[in-house]
Ligand binder design. Structure first.
Ligand code: TMP
Length: 210
């Protein structure tokens, strides 16, 4: 009997701004590449042309956006990314490393913007036809540390980064709640440690999927 091909995997990376998601995604991709895994890194909002244009709108400090429009724009960008890139890659049995996904909207728009996690979950279920990651790596870092890293990286703060520290404390608490509710999918990683330790922990948390 032919051996079954491994299925595609969707692994998402979450955390507040400055938690180290993008650096981890790149490092994981290069480690997995070395092992011969077909891996693709995508980011949200963005990853495909229409979603990159939405990214410009939502990040622009000059754009006036209410919480509902903001949530719908993130969900629209996500819907296009899933249809145009994530679904085809998963069908081709690739490992997709996604820098932010639905959990970002649950934490930022659902909790911090006060729209309600369940309402935001519903529009995203519609947008993604209910696609759920195989695993989510939650990079947990102190809000002040994350914010100072993000500021250091890019002193010109975007529309979201201009929010006050309290906004990000609510985001961080919401992420921890998502982890508590579904620790099988969401794995919390202490991202205040040296990067090689964080990378090793991340590899351990996804080892069973590869
Ligand atoms: P980043 O690419 O620098 O992480 O920027 C994305 C910003 O958008 C970041 O501040 C978090 C925010 N965001 C949301 O508020 N909701 C979402 O669903 C996503 C994907 C990002």
């Amino acid at each position: 009997m032919p051996t079954a091909m491994p299925p595609g995997r969707l692994i998402t990376i979450e955390g507040i701004d400055g938690a180290g998601k993008t650096t981890l995604a790149q490092a994981l991709a290069s480690q997995l590449n070395h092992r011969g895994v077909d891996v693709r890194v995508l980011r949200e909002p963005g990853g495909v042309a229409a979603a990159e244009r939405i990214r410009e709108v939502v990040k622009d400090p000059a754009t006036r956006l209410g919480p509902r429009a903001e949530a719908l724009l993130y969900a629209a960008a996500r819907a296009q990314l899933v249809e145009e890139a994530v679904d085809p890659l998963l069908r081709a049995r690739a490992v997709v490393l996604l820098d932010r996904f639905v959990d970002s909207s649950l934490a930022y728009q659902g909790a911090a913007r006060g729209l309600g996690v369940e309402a935001v979950r519903a529009i995203n279920e519609f947008g993604t036809h209910g696609l759920v990651p195989d695993r989510t790596l939650l990079l947990d870092v102190d809000v002040r540390v994350g914010r100072s890293r993000a500021r250091h990286r890019d002193p010109t703060r975007d529309r979201l980064e201009r929010e006050r520290d309290e906004f990000f404390s609510v985001v961080a608490a919401a992420y921890l709640e998502l982890w508590r509710r579904d620790p099988r999918r969401v794995r919390r990683i202490d991202a205040s440690r040296p990067f090689h330790t964080v990378l090793a922990a991340a590899l351990e948390e996804i080892a069973d999927l590869l």
